[in-house]
Design a protein. Structure first.
Length: 426
């Protein structure tokens, strides 16, 4: 059995898409298990740049099958646009290459309207895509699922049941413009008809694949420190982003997972509000942003940048029981004379080696840093570990020693071929 879960170990944007694309070559089924189109995976294949929000990165391989799992919330308009864009670029998107869980919940127009209205006052840093409100309705048992979207009578029944409540909330509580129910029904009915061929019983499909000895790859979105339960709450996403969610969000038992791969940038970034202990508001932070192209794939917002935070990384390793690391964007650190790594937080005279749940502590935390010598050599052409400069190899060894987790993959550039694979995960 070789079934691998890929999760982010920071605050998202770690480069999961490229790693999933790489691992897809040896897997059979690629399953996205949580989040929505608030996530963005940027892939560079040859001269083509592809940005995906809902469809797993494995879709770039015509002989693989991708699944959007039950734990994902789906904006059908975004999904259809993504399918059209992929086809326009020459990629195959058919019922043989893409399946959508009939239990996945649908993002409706009122979810996006609510999200935008709330963000104006709460300033959590959401993308405004309606993800949180859709998960709220799922928990309240008043959500519309893909099985409802693709059956006109079910869609109409569900929409009639909840529309007046949403309309009143929007107009009287949030003080925004109301909606046209018939317009929504007509538009979503049409999109449901287009997506219907892809909709299926995903847990059954996945179970059959396991029984037939297929290799499964589970693709997470965001990062562990944005997890609803274990992240820097309330500055988190609206779903669980740790490895355990792969089972819940796809419909598979935990004993079927063999490996958890944690994706970790060689430095740290964050988008939106919330604590970020190693954030650099100086020219070093600006350099990381410029060299790393640190702008959100979904929103285009500039990412906050800082040195690698081992406290946050260890937190993620514990939560997901990470087997191996994939270190990405190592090339961005080229040219730094000295590279700093945060090893602990300090509050007064107390050393803190874990991420506090109390957000009030973060503004007063002091960082304990190790300093390592950098390297000047361009590493983007390196294709083996020995090709890397000595100080670069020392940096990887330092990460492995401090975390107790070996690096299986090292990314030295954005392109598919700019990767060093040290351990075969399948």
């Amino acid at each position: 059995m070789a079934n691998v879960v890929v999760v982010g170990t920071q605050w998202g944007d770690e480069g999961k898409g490229k790693v999933v694309d790489l691992l897809t070559e040896k897997s059979d089924l690629i399953i996205r298990f949580q989040g929505g189109n608030n996530a963005g995976h940027t892939l560079v294949v040859g001269e083509k740049k592809v940005i995906l929000h809902l469809i797993p990165s494995g879709i770039l391989h015509a002989d693989k099958r991708c699944v959007i799992g039950s734990g994902v919330v789906i904006d059908p308009e975004i999904l259809l646009n993504e399918i059209a864009a992929l086809r326009e670029k020459g990629y195959t998107v058919t019922t043989d290459t893409l399946a959508i869980s009939d239990r996945a919940h649908v993002i409706m127009p009122y979810h996006k309207m609510i999200d935008h209205a709330r963000e104006a006052t709460q300033q959590i840093g959401t993308t405004g895509r309606g993800i949180g409100p859709a998960y709220e309705d799922k928990a309240r048992r008043c959500g519309i699922r893909m099985i409802d979207l693709v059956h006109e009578n079910l869609l109409e029944k569900k929409l009639n049941s909840f529309f007046d409540e949403k309309q009143e909330y929007l107009t009287k509580i949030l003080k925004v413009k109301g909606m046209d129910k018939e317009e929504i029904f007509s538009k979503y009915k049409a999109m449901g008809e287009m997506l219907k061929p892809f909709v299926t019983d995903a847990p059954l499909l996945i179970d059959k694949a396991v029984r037939n000895g297929k290799k499964l790859l589970f693709e997470g979105a965001q990062g562990a420190n944005l997890d609803m339960d274990f992240g820097t709450y309330p500055y988190v996403t609206s779903s669980n982003t740790v490895a355990g969610q792969a089972c819940v969000g796809s419909g598979i038992g935990p004993t079927k997972i063999s490996t958890v791969l944690g994706i970790c940038k060689a430095y740290t970034t964050r988008v939106g509000g919330g604590p970020f202990p190693t954030e650099l508001g100086d020219e070093v932070g600006e350099r990381l942003r410029a060299f790393g192209g640190e702008y959100g794939a979904t929103t285009g917002r500039p990412r906050r940048c800082g040195w690698l935070d081992l406290v946050a990384l260890q937190h993620s390793i514990r939560l997901s029981d990470i087997t191996y690391l994939a270190v990405t964007k190592l090339d961005v650190l080229t040219g730094f004379e000295t590279i700093k790594v945060a090893t602990a937080y300090k509050s007064g005279n107390t050393i803190i080696e874990n991420m506090p749940a109390d957000l009030e502590m973060y503004p007063d935390l002091q960082l304990v840093y190790d300093e390592l010598p950098g390297w000047e050599e361009n590493i983007s052409s390196a294709r083996s570990y020995d090709d890397l400069p000595k100080n670069c190899r020392n940096y990887i060894s330092y990460m492995e020693e401090k975390t107790g987790v070996k690096a299986a993959i090292i990314s030295v550039g954005p392109k598919r071929e700019e990767t060093i694979q040290l351990i075969d995960l399948f």
